[in-house]
Write a protein that binds this ligand. Structure first.
Ligand code: GNR
Ligand code: NI
Length: 167
């Protein structure tokens, strides 16, 4: 297992569109394991491969308090979505920034698991939010892009300044 470095907004690599995974093999299982370790260490409740500069459709999520329910999604697709809900979101690639985003309240997602088996999952609440947040990463979209241009510019300035301070 290995900790992977997480890209920070506004890194242009965060806008890469991820490719579908052709085969769920040992390489993908190793990626899932490394992403899980990285997510737990951060700590975060989800991580998309895009954030660790791997541009393949893989996400991991664990929204439990005791970090006991790891979910891995390969080639996830939202097959149904209902309702709307606004939630305060954060992102490991946009450290220290939190703001409200509107998303579907419930989603049905279909994906492959770590053994290549297809499954579907009905999600609501924080899990539904997290699935949509991670799937946006795979499309090259970061949650701050839902905010006003003024807020996006302020966030860019703040994070670039902070990067200079820690370099
Ligand atoms: O750790 C995370 N917390 C979070 C809180 C509210 C909505 C979404 C998230 S996802 C985030 C981890 C992350 O950046 N995943 O891409
Ligand atoms: Ni994120």
């Amino acid at each position: 297992m290995a900790l992977l470095p997480i890209l920070t907004y506004p890194d242009p690599r965060l806008h890469t569109v991820a490719m579908p995974v052709a085969v769920v093999d040992d390489r993908i299982r190793r990626l899932i394991d490394d992403m899980a370790e990285t997510m737990y260490a951060a700590p975060g409740i989800g991580l998309a491969a895009t954030q660790v500069n791997v541009h393949e459709r893989v996400i991991v999520i664990d929204i439990t308090e005791d970090r006991s329910q790891l979910l891995a999604f390969v080639n996830p697709e939202i097959v149904a979505a209902e309702g709307f809900e606004v939630t305060e979101e954060g992102c490991l690639s946009v450290p220290g920034i939190y703001d409200k985003v509107e998303r579907a309240a419930t989603v049905k997602v279909r994906a492959l698991g770590r053994n290549g088996d297809s499954f579907t999952l009905d999600a609501d609440g924080l899990l539904a939010v997290c699935i949509q947040h991670e799937m946006d990463h795979l499309k090259g979209k970061v949650f701050v892009e839902y905010l006003s241009q003024l807020k996006q510019n302020r966030i860019k300035t703040k994070l670039k300044k902070r990067e200079r301070a820690t370099a």
